[in-house]
Design a binder for this molecule. Structure first.
Ligand SMILES: *[C@@H]1O[C@H](CO)[C@@H](O)[C@H](O)[C@H]1NC(C)=O
Ligand SMILES: *[C@@H]1O[C@H](CO)[C@@H](O)[C@H](O)[C@H]1NC(C)=O
Ligand SMILES: *[C@@H]1O[C@H](CO)[C@@H](O)[C@H](O)[C@H]1NC(C)=O
Ligand SMILES: *[C@@H]1O[C@H](CO)[C@@H](O)[C@H](O)[C@H]1NC(C)=O
Ligand SMILES: *[C@@H]1O[C@H](CO)[C@@H](O)[C@H](O)[C@H]1NC(C)=O
Ligand SMILES: *[C@@H]1O[C@H](CO)[C@@H](O)[C@H](O)[C@H]1NC(C)=O
Ligand SMILES: *[C@@H]1O[C@H](CO)[C@@H](O)[C@H](O)[C@H]1NC(C)=O
Ligand SMILES: *[C@@H]1O[C@H](CO)[C@@H](O)[C@H](O)[C@H]1NC(C)=O
Length: 438
């Protein structure tokens, strides 16, 4: 039987790829779903009351199941998008309307990402897919954050978030994360297709998007002091971003919102107080100057990274930067202000400081809790590798299990520009200088 199946596949598939299908059984689906972090919605939607197009497909290997899981996430996101649209008339005020409108757009971005992955014409690497899925998930979280931050979470939000799209996306992230890069979604896809220095998947319209500035942009970002990085997609959260290239981000709370996707900052000056570099992108800051200011409530937190899922590619990497006091903080009463490198905005917050100069302003504990609670202390990942300067001693650091003094170069290398944001595949074409390794 197995031999015949194999033979049939061999003979038939090349000729009837899209029409000859075997379909899957409920037991098969149960078995595959059990390998995901959220088996219940997986089974629920793929077995009984599901769209017959999934059931018509056979699952011979993991990539088949990943494809069905992606289709399912996309279809549920489409249904949820329609649901959100239909709720528009229920907005009671302008704030709700703003949050609602963002959610409509954020779901569109998520659907767009999933369609792009499912499009047989798209070329990508397994790493690209993981980055896009990470961003797709971040969009849903940002939708929720909008209602919470505007203080209007009681009316529409419960109706919007009680779908299973987040769980279904987590499943795709888990399935793709150990896909090992060996099986592809599309036979014709292969690794590293790049043309004219751009990955071939960057369409003309997306190149335009790369230059846009939007609060929910999904584009890769390059920012450099000399202006050579012309893609300065940052966000509404940044006030007064210079439009002509000399990149300095000056603010107090929440200065620089690194929302999603791959981002690279080189030789930038960043000023702020509370959570001044925050968000859920895969962001590397290289050769930057980070200046903490004198804050009203006497506590600074330089980063607040917002990863919500262990399998997301996101994190904030501070590489070969200088962290010091802005003039107003230098002038403050010594010891009156505590400055921390970061605090966990979300459950899987991930931030690493590498080869950086940490001035004496850094508190010996170095990392701060979120709102004095034990939130995320075991799930976050905070690391320090080969930093120098009076604030760099790790002797009195926090003792959380998620905190790591990294001494192993191999471990640190996963946070290099080459590995963390796949820099070689997209930075050369921007002509921004970068160090590929740490
Ligand atoms: C979400 O999935 C669960 C099964 O895990 C199901 O009972 C529930 O009805 C689903 N919710 C929606 C809105 O489809
Ligand atoms: C599917 O339907 C069968 C029979 O109607 C039922 O026993 C089973 O619980 C259902 N499974 C799900 C995931 O809804
Ligand atoms: C992450 O992916 C792994 C498989 O690669 C899976 O076992 C794990 O449950 C996933 N974690 C989450 C939080 O989804
Ligand atoms: C760039 O910004 C600087 C300072 O704001 C200004 O003086 C200069 O004229 C700007 N250059 C261009 C080309 O817009
Ligand atoms: C400092 O004040 C800001 C609001 O201005 C607040 O968001 C932040 O959590 C405060 N930080 C601490 C550590 O209390
Ligand atoms: C901080 O914790 C207090 C007490 O648990 C709570 O009332 C408050 O809402 C929390 N604030 C934030 C921003 O999480
Ligand atoms: C970690 O440090 C805190 C105080 O900073 C202390 O109360 C706690 O016992 C320590 N935990 C461990 C496991 O050492
Ligand atoms: C460093 O980490 C790598 C990968 O985790 C491991 O194989 C290697 O043995 C480690 N080296 C040292 C010196 O601990």
């Amino acid at each position: 039987m197995a031999t015949i199946g194999l033979l049939l596949n061999f003979l038939v598939v090349p000729f009837f790829l899209s029409t000859f299908v075997f379909g899957y059984s409920p037991n098969e689906v149960k078995q595959w779903c059990s390998q995901t972090p959220n088996p219940q919605p997986c089974e629920y939607f793929l077995s009984n009351n599901s769209n017959p197009t999934y059931q018509a497909q056979s699952i011979n290997q993991k990539s088949d199941f990943l494809k069905i899981s992606l289709q399912l996430a996309r279809d549920r996101a489409l249904i949820e998008h329609a649901n959100i649209l239909s709720l528009g008339s229920e907005c009671r005020n302008q704030l709700e309307r703003v949050a609602w409108n963002d959610c409509v757009e954020l779901y569109e971005l998520t659907i767009h990402k999933l369609n792009k992955i499912l499009d047989p014409k798209t070329k990508y690497t397994q790493f690209d897919v993981q980055t896009w899925l990470s961003a797709a998930l971040t969009n849903l979280e940002t939708c929720k954050d909008g209602f919470n931050e505007l203080g209007v979470q009681d009316n529409l939000l419960p109706l919007i978030m009680s779908n299973n799209v987040t769980e279904l996306l987590s499943n795709t992230l888990a399935l793709n994360s150990n896909n090992g890069g060996e099986s592809h979604l599309h036979q014709e896809s292969s690794y590293h297709h790049y043309k004219d220095g751009f990955p071939t998947w960057v369409k003309q319209s997306d190149r335009k998007l790369l230059q846009a500035s939007s609060p929910v942009s999904e584009a890769n970002v390059v920012v450099a002091k000399d202006g050579s990085g012309k893609y300065t997609t940052v966000t509404a959260a940044i006030n007064d971003v210079p439009k002509n290239g000399s990149e300095s981000f000056e603010g107090y709370q929440d200065t620089l919102y690194v929302h999603a996707h791959k981002q690279f900052y080189r030789e930038c000056d960043i000023y702020g107080t509370v959570d001044f570099i925050f968000g859920d992108a895969s962001a590397v800051f290289q050769n930057c100057n980070i200046y903490a200011r004198n804050p009203p409530n006497k506590t600074n937190t330089i980063t607040a990274q917002g990863r919500t899922n262990l399998n997301q590619t996101s994190g904030i990497i501070i590489d070969n930067c200088v962290v010091t006091s802005a003039p107003d903080l230098k002038a403050a009463v010594p010891g009156s202000v505590k400055t921390y490198l970061g605090r966990p905005w979300k459950e899987y917050s991930r931030t690493v400081f590498i080869n950086s100069f940490l001035d004496s302003l850094i508190d010996p504990a170095c990392w701060s809790e979120w709102n004095n609670s034990d939130f995320a202390l075991n799930t976050l990942y905070y690391g320090e590798y080969m930093n120098k300067g009076p604030g760099s001693s790790t002797a009195n650091r926090v003792n959380w299990s998620g905190y790591h003094v990294i001494t192993n170069e191999t471990e640190a290398l996963q946070f290099s520009v080459g590995n963390f944001i796949d820099g070689n595949s997209w930075l050369p074409s921007t002509h921004v200088p970068f160090n590929i390794t740490i």
